[in-house]
Design a protein around this ligand. Structure first.
Ligand SMILES: [Zn+2]
Length: 193
């Protein structure tokens, strides 16, 4: 899947999680940093791709990307498994605890969960692509849905661009409209007061 589809999926999963587990109150700082963490989480597994947007923004560009690619075992390997994702989430938690003193009014637990949801959404979305995802590494099995490869999505092709991506945006708009009272309440409590 492309970066923008992963971004849209991450925010959709975050919205769904908030509907299932509503949180009583958060500071505006927590909300903004949680959304940022969610978006970063949504594209983090693709740091194993030399062409990832993440690497393109660095001065040495894909050179560093290629080295990381080798270290992580190539695309769709370690960072696309439960073990790899857990390791990344552990590092993210460590980083948040380290950064907490400079952002004391941020609920780092909620920010961390937003990041975890972002990573989880990435692996779930990639599972629907032709390549599949090696969820169970070190077991060398790539899992995909549906099980028949021909029915899965090809990254960056028409189905992703014209159905999956717009579908996620429409779903987001629907979720906001459906839970508009909660969105308004949040805006009144945290943005307009
Ligand atoms: Zn991926």
């Amino acid at each position: 899947m492309t970066g923008r589809t992963h971004d849209a999926a991450a925010i959709t999963f975050l919205g769904a999680a908030l509907i299932i587990y509503p949180i009583p109150s958060v500071t505006l700082a927590t909300a903004l940093i949680a959304i940022l963490a969610n978006q970063i989480g949504g594209i983090t597994p693709d740091i194993d791709q030399p062409t990832a947007p993440f690497w393109k923004n660095l001065p040495a560009e894909s050179f560093i990307g290629r080295i990381v690619d080798k270290l992580l075992g190539g695309h769709r390997f370690l960072t696309h498994s439960i073990i790899g994702a857990a390791a990344i989430c552990w590092l993210a938690h460590w980083l948040l605890v380290f950064l907490h003193p400079i952002m004391p009014n941020v609920n780092i637990s909620l920010v961390w969960w937003a990041f975890v949801i972002g990573i989880g959404s990435h692996l779930i979305m990639d599972t629907f692509t032709k390549e599949g995802v090696p969820w169970l590494l070190p077991l060398p099995v790539k899992i995909g849905l549906p099980p028949i490869k021909e029915f899965r999505i090809t990254t960056g092709k028409a189905i992703e661009s014209f159905i999956i991506f717009p579908g996620l945006i429409v779903l987001d708009i629907y979720l906001i409209a459906r839970h508009y009272d909660a969105v308004l309440l949040f805006a009144h409590t945290h943005l307009l007061s």
